[in-house]
Design a protein around this ligand. Structure first.
Ligand code: SF4
Ligand code: SF4
Length: 178
């Protein structure tokens, strides 16, 4: 069977693509300009680029991913239905879920939902995989502990009321709508 050949019109290479050393010079110029601009702004006290942590906190944008937490609904229950998708999506296998059913056998819930924070890399794939908006990335990043056992967070530790996660949920809605 004859195969049609499609010729793709490629744009002519730019000057920087033809002379790679030019791109190097431009990069050096940008770095030098930023260096002197920063030094100048610092000297005038116009803008601080650092904060005195922990007395001062940096402004956390909604896109920031802290540790993953579980959404607690207004009735006090977790929103999670123990489908296991986040466990499957997690690249470091740090989520452990034991599903169970309610007494009437209608709903599923996680009897055990553990996250080993020593292995979590805050990638947010669990959040993306969840069909229920039941696990979201919080703004919590201060999770240091003194032992490996302390880095194992159980369901009761992970549950956060939904209204405290509203900023992140709004961000996710905007993100997915886009
Ligand atoms: S943020 Fe990434 S590494 Fe952490 S539990 Fe979720 S999927 Fe796993
Ligand atoms: S993907 Fe969502 S609903 Fe499914 S087990 Fe994970 S947190 Fe629960």
């Amino acid at each position: 069977m004859p195969v049609g050949v499609i010729k793709v019109a490629r744009p002519a290479p730019t000057l920087a693509q033809r002379r790679p050393w030019l791109a190097l010079l431009v990069g050096l110029w940008v770095a030098t300009r930023h260096f002197f601009q920063s030094a100048f702004l610092f000297a005038r006290g116009r803008q601080n680029f650092t904060v005195h942590f922990p007395e001062q906190r940096f402004l956390q944008p909604p896109a920031m991913r802290g540790m993953p937490v579980l959404v607690r609904m207004s009735n006090g229950k977790e929103r999670c239905v123990a489908c296991g998708l986040c466990e499957w999506a997690c690249p470091t296998s740090c989520i452990t879920i034991f599903p169970a059913e309610t007494a009437d056998g209608v709903e599923r819930y996680p009897e055990v939902f553990d996250i080993d924070m020593s292995r979590c890399m805050f990638c947010g794939l669990c959040e993306e995989a969840c069909p229920e908006e039941a696990i979201v990335m919080s703004r919590q990043v201060e999770i240091a502990c003194y032992s490996r056992r302390g880095s194992l967070w159980h369901k009761e530790d992970l549950l956060v009321p939904r209204d405290q996660l509203q900023t992140r949920l709004d961000y996710l809605h905007r993100h997915y709508d886009a």
